[in-house]
Design a protein around this ligand. Structure first.
Ligand SMILES: *Cc1c(COP(=O)(O)O)cnc(C)c1O
Length: 380
């Protein structure tokens, strides 16, 4: 079955649910045993719940994976994955990445002996050298957040495997509709389902998908042992969001690209960081490994932080807020908001400048969105 069909049907069998066409919310903590030593298909909701199972099967199908796991948040998914590693392990990470992932590595896991090492994953020689020095995994975001750099998924996965390391990809920015990392040899895909997958800014959630049975078993074990799973109500909402994922992504993509093109012609804009623009240094790679771009990208306003703040104060339709991937358009200032937990000298090394703005272009009318940005830029 193709993506749109899977997004509506995968994981759900009406006959398992009294004929219900939509997966019911199994709002129960525990399940009756038939007799001592004879549990049913489910025994306790941390270990498994039918609503969560439907979502997990759907997520696995969409990523082209054999197994999927739903977590309480994207960070709960990431925490569970990092717990696959041992004290003394090194995880190679790209220089710019989601601020919460940076914080997780630096404040939660470094003191436990699991070390993140930040390198430029776009540079083959740098990656090879770092792998040769010893690494348990490579942690990829592509596009990176918020600088929209791309990492070659196939090349990176192949290099990791040659050195016995795992390749993990955070696919939050594109969703499986536009990029399916498992097809390029990535071992584990992780998502914040809070973003495009749910798409309606009313749930926080996370997911991980794999093809390898040994990894599925270990992640499933950790999900239960750590208790990082998602609750049934949230799983229901994410399942509902997924039914329109393909339609939403197409429209985010159209609106996003049009806004990026408009901004790139605006005299008050210094640069637009969008992999769909031919000016992006990795536009060719984008065409190879992505089927589209979604609606999230960044740009730099001429005139430094003050100009950026003036623009942010002038928007009316765009909401000044963290997060991305919802139906509504959001705008934010990475240095003071999403990436504030990254120390200033690290931000500088990453290229996170104070005139950088990230937007998540939603599904409103394109002309209204451009009018809004245009009026905001008038104030600069
Ligand atoms: C939001 C986000 C996360 C964290 O997800 P939460 O659901 O907020 O815990 C991880 N990675 C990326 C790329 C994100 O955008």
């Amino acid at each position: 079955m193709n993506f749109k069909t899977l997004s509506i049907h995968a994981g759900h069998r009406s006959l398992d649910h009294q004929g219900a066409v939509m997966t019911p919310i199994y709002q129960t903590s525990t399940f009756a045993f038939r007799a001592v030593g004879q549990p049913g298909a489910f025994d306790y909701s941390r270990s498994g719940n039918p609503t969560r199972k439907a979502l997990e099967e759907c997520l696995a199908a969409l990523e082209g994976g054999a197994a999927g796991f739903a977590f309480g948040t994207g960070m709960a998914a990431e925490t569970t994955l990092v717990m696959l590693f041992q004290s003394g392990d090194t995880i190679l990470v790209h220089n710019d990445l989601y601020g919460g992932t940076y914080r997780l590595f630096e404040t939660a896991f470094r003191s436990k002996g699991i070390r993140a090492r930040y390198i430029d994953l776009r540079d083959r020689d740098v990656l090879e050298a770092a792998l040769a020095e010893g690494a348990a995994a490579v942690w990829i975001e592509s596009p990176t957040n918020p600088l929209m750099n791309l990492v070659d998924l196939k090349q990176t996965a192949d290099a990791a495997h040659r050195h016995g390391a795992l390749a993990i990809c955070d696919n939050t920015f594109l969703s499986p509709y536009f990029q399916r990392p498992l097809e390029f040899g990535i071992d584990i895909v992780v998502h914040s389902t809070t973003k495009y997958i749910n798409g309606h800014s009313d749930v926080v959630g996370g997911a991980a998908m794999v093809n390898r049975a040994d990894l599925a078993e270990r992640i499933g074990f950790l999900q239960n042992a750590l208790g990082t799973c998602a609750g049934p109500q949230d799983c229901f909402l994410v399942l509902r969001g997924i039914k329109t994922l393909a339609l939403r992504m197409e429209e985010h993509n159209r609106n996003g690209l049009a806004v990026a093109q408009w901004l790139s012609r605006h005299p008050k804009i210094e640069s637009v960081l969008h992999p769909g623009l031919p000016s992006h240094p990795q536009h060719g790679l984008a065409l190879e490994q992505m089927r589209g771009y979604g609606g999230t990208f960044s740009f730099r306003v001429r005139g430094g932080q003050e100009a950026a703040f003036q623009m942010l104060a002038g928007v009316r339709i765009f909401t000044l807020a963290e997060s991305l991937g919802g139906v509504e358009s959001l705008i934010e200032h990475p240095v003071s908001m999403t990436h504030a937990s990254v120390p200033a000298e690290v931000r500088e090394r990453m290229g996170l400048s104070p005139n950088l703005i990230r937007i998540s272009v939603g599904l409103e009318d394109l002309d209204d969105l451009i009018d809004d940005l245009s009026a905001a830029l008038e104030r600069v």
